[in-house]
Design a protein around this ligand. Sequence first.
Ligand code: UD1
Ligand code: CA
Length: 453
Amino acid sequence: MSLSIVILAAGQGTRMHSDKPKVLNLLAGKPLLTHVYETAIKIEHREIYIVYGCGGEQVQNTLESSQVSWVKQEEQLGTGHAIQQVLPDIPKSDDILILYGDVPLISEVSLTKLVEAAANTGFSLLTAYFDKPYGYGRIVRDGNDNITAIVEEKDATEEQQNICEVNAGFMVIRAEILNRSINSLNKKNKQNEYYLTDIVEIAVNDDVKVSPILAESAVEVQGINTRTQLSEAERYYQIIQAYRLMDQGVGITDPSRFDLRGELEIGHNNEIDVNVVMEGKLKLGNNNSIAPNCVIKDTIIGNNVKIFANSVIENSIIGNDCYIGPFARIRPDSVLDDHVHVGNFVEIKKSSLGKRTKANHLSYIGDTEVGSDTNVGAGVITCNYDGVNKHRTTIGDNVFVGSDVQLIAPVKIEDGSTIAAGSTITKDVDANSLAISRTEQKLVSFWERPKKK
Ligand code: UD1
Ligand code: CA
């Protein structure tokens, strides 16, 4: 028996009140659809079909995979109608695993059980028990506890609304059974839609037995229809990630204030304080600490690095034993060698700083190579932009750049030189020399301040 997988992702998601197609909303930095897809591909299958509609190409572009067959649902007339679009493409002998693109936390374990359960009856359904089942389709069972129908919230009687067993939105159905019943779907319901869920009653009336599988946990089948549900799923996901990292030995001050939107490879003895947001691909060595309110994206960090509060680092490489911040900003393509200090209100962009170099206060260093053991004083600016083009600055080893210096790029400061505070440097500076460019101090004695008229 081979398996076709269908992911339904055509809906707009009106309950989100957003211009974005619902399945493109992000959970831990990744579209809902991508979460579902990445779990789906773990299940052995012949083909994955994604039914898309709202958002069109935008939805298709989220998955780079060429292994997906995209099927367009021009008009969103319901989940049953969505399946109708793809059914002709699926071989009659296949089992079809149907997933909803707005239920992102589904586990591989539950899906595997579901697929196995369909082997005998040709129809299995994932259910869950919710204390507050509001919004979900309710599972109707007969006196022998067999599933006979799914009734949608809006169409349910008061008695049915009290049922706490819900349709999780996942089923496996043999293509041949679905083909037999699909044309019996109609829009005679409160939402005037073709409900896929009506298939259950149609199939049961046709003597098919539905094998129920209970989801591993209720959260994994949480559907995302509103922004509140999205935020709940996000926090759940983050806490799971935080616990997993803590089990690996990462110190996380407060898992409810931890956000990883990507992948983190991390060594031992690291400490992450509250409200740190980590995005993209990150790699951290050992013995690092990250203070509150830092944002770190796509960055590699060595060992024994201290990142102080409110620092922002993106797409950079940080060596060992560095101190960064508080309030530092390291922009893309920057490389800090070992023992570098970057202090408050210092911005580094597309620049490299050699071993033991320090830029501790209020500076802009852009498009610059700085050697080792160099001190960049407070308020130093590399003037890299002439209004049209960017130019590079080179600063050698063991250079002392005094405070409030402007280095007008392109310019080169050789090893061992000293730049006097307050200088504007427009020409290259030789090694071991002093460059000073400022008007000599004048003194006007008995200076009278202007008086108010
Ligand atoms: C659906 C189920 C409900 C179940 C719940 C689980 C139906 C009729 N109801 O309700 O029993 O408890 O999911 O989360 O199936 N979609 C399309 N084309 C359409 C309509 C929807 O592709 O024409 C897609 C949506 O993008 C979404 C999924 O199908 O990914 C589910 O649609 P949604 O409108 O969210 O259904 P629910 O009301 O949540
Ligand atoms: Ca839904």
